[in-house]
Design a protein around this ligand. Structure first.
Ligand code: ADP
Length: 267
């Protein structure tokens, strides 16, 4: 009936169908694959070049003098690796900054990058964990590959506990796979690469033991909440260039803000 209305015979219809049906089918298939690909969330690592305006210097961080002192060695290595090699000194591959939130861990990693003239690649570990299996591992691979292409470089992984928690506690296996990829990448590069991995975590005790082994995050640096002098210095850093009333006494403010972290004080 329909064929008669269209004015084509059954034979012609059959010829068209065998010719065009596979093409239409393929088209629909390609469209569906393209839609699925678009659903996959894209996250790019944040990249800061040494000369960028958002660069952080040592002077922007206060109250964590001992931590800064420990990190100076990394700055020296990244800015002059030859000298290190001549002396036969070993530089840690991975540095884990741990301490309460808001004490300046991200800030310290950025400052190390800026002071040593290294590229800074940062990504939060929570961005690696997706519902798509294998995506986290691929992101880790891409992050390391990008850093290796731009030496000297610092890879900063924030909230390491999002992937670094003890293996076996994850039902889907996606987090374990991501963590394994991170371990593989850290084993795969050496001092010649001039890439250093820094990570931040609030919960050192929850991390997988394998992450803390030599050759991985074997240097753990505690970033403590600031003491009174530290708080005063942080207040000074954040009130720099801002008009203050005559009667503001930062020393007194510091005295009354026991327990606050750098982020609280900045706030
Ligand atoms: P963390 O990574 O430890 O959670 P951040 O480095 O992200 O903390 O710090 C958050 C904000 O708090 C910073 O952008 C900065 O303004 C402020 N801050 C934290 N610690 C310090 C510090 N020691 N000196 C100056 N500012 C700080």
């Amino acid at each position: 009936m329909l064929l008669a209305l269209l004015g084509i015979s059954y034979d012609e219809f059959e010829r068209y169908a065998t010719l065009w049906l596979p093409v239409v089918f393929m088209g629909v298939l390609v469209f569906l694959i393209w839609r699925t690909m678009k659903l996959v969330p894209r996250t790019k690592p944040q990249q800061i070049t040494p000369r960028s305006k958002s660069a952080i210097t040592w002077d922007d961080i206060a109250g964590v003098e001992e931590t800064k002192e420990e990190l100076r060695e990394v700055v020296d290595f990244l800015s002059d690796p030859k000298r290190f090699k001549q002396l036969g000194a070993k530089v840690p591959k991975g540095i884990l900054l741990h301490g309460p939130p808001g004490t300046g861990k991200t800030l310290l990693a950025k400052a190390v990058a800026h002071e040593s003239g290294a590229q800074f690649f940062s990504q939060s570990a929570s961005a690696f964990v997706e519902m798509f299996a294998g995506l986290g591992a691929a992101r880790i691979r891409r992050l390391f590959a990008k850093a290796r292409e731009n030496p000297p470089a610092i890879i900063f992984i924030d909230e390491l506990d999002a992937v670094g928690a003890e293996r076996g506690s994850d039902i889907s296996g996606e987090r374990d796979q991501t963590l394994n990829q991170l371990l593989v990448e850290m084993d795969g590069f050496d001092a010649r690469d001039q890439v250093i991995v820094m990570a931040a975590s609030n919960m050192l005790e929850k991390l997988d033991r394998a992450l803390l082994r030599p050759g991985r995050f074997d240097r753990q640096v505690f970033v403590p909440p600031p003491d009174m002098r530290g708080r005063e210095r942080i207040l000074r850093v954040h009130s720099r260039g801002k008009p203050l009333a005559q009667d503001v006494d930062l020393d007194r403010v510091a005295r009354h803000t026991a327990g606050l972290t750098g982020a609280d004080l900045a706030n």
